[in-house]
Design a protein around this ligand. Sequence first.
Ligand code: ADP
Length: 412
Amino acid sequence: MKILVVNAGSSSLKYQLIDMEGEKELAKGLVERIGIEGSRLKHSAGEKSTVVEEPIPDHEAAAQLMLKILQDKEYGVIRSTDEIGAVGHRVLHGGNKFTASMIVNQEVKDAIRECFPLGPLHNPANLMGIEACEKVMKGTPQVAVFDTAFHQTMPPKAYMYGVPKMYEEKLHVRRYGFHGTSHRYVSHRVCEFLGIRPEGKRIIIAHLGNGSSLSAVKDGKCQDTSMGLTPLEGLLMGTRCGSLDPAVVQFIANNPLNDDGTPMGHPISVDEVLTMMNKKSGLLGISGKSSDCRDVEQLAAEGSEDAKLAMDMLIYGIKKYIGSYAAAMGGVDIICFTAGIGENNDVLRARVMEGMEFLGAKLDPEKNRGKGEKIISADDSKVTVCVIPTNEEIMIARDTLDLVTTGKVRDN
Ligand code: ADP
């Protein structure tokens, strides 16, 4: 069966068509600037690629264009949309309703809508993507795969915040965690790769990309994760500040600065502070130049003290999470690095693992060099340290296939 994987943002729609026989990617693409001037579709199928520039007013038009190019004589890979067995959608927030992926029906759509306040940027866009595909592919099953689902096994002591309990009970204020599809894929894949069962294993996963999160996984189940009610909590990220004293929000709201460092002279709203914390902070805010780890490293190499500090803060933060999750699980057997930075940046991996011998983790500098799925710890390291490239699309496609063929998702 061919499965279409869709990740809809507020002005974008990413897709990948996968042939589940052999789990082979047939084509992928990105529709950008939906509803904005300069909208376009970038599509590739094997060696061939093309860009279509035309007005794309809404997500339905984007979905239509995606189907058109997938059936195109030159760049297409299917003859008819009937060949698409089902569509799997990435959905950011499932609240505490969804512990696994679901076939989309009215109830599921209502629940995604109920989570709008928890994922105000992503959930409305995700739902638009689902509804657009429903319209242009009538009768094709749609599946929702939630970024929060894998983390639903966290115990209350890990997901509760220390504010009055009624906020969790009445308003569902708690830690949810994100990148769940990635953490789930990597935690299972590493066991498959090492030829072991997840039972009895304590795994720490460092998903380090533009957005970054760590998770503690015991017996294949998530015990804790660094992102919270929203993706803002946890590590320093590309443009997000990560965890801080909540009183900082009030202080900055009362004493805001302009981009040039001069006082604004009037208070700003909490929403404005949070926008700054989400979009102008992290590597970007500290380096003052870029949110991209490669740029920040380059700047540091050229002598920028701010860029060096940004990298030091990121690495220190990752170390602290590894230490705290190892303590929380009573030890650690496997540490996995994944996503853009985790998979590609061997210098950062070496710096994170520096001095971790006390935990039983010792890196092999030779094995650590370069990229790809591999063990990077020394032969005599008690903890196995690995690089496992993430593949959220495959996980979404597998869940989608399972739900439409057997009615339930497999364990991994
Ligand atoms: P997203 O969270 O948007 O999916 P990615 O997982 O692609 O992000 O990660 C983006 C980050 O990964 C950037 O900071 C970038 O510098 C880093 N990165 C991506 N590719 C490489 C590479 N080949 N070498 C070093 N760093 C990389």
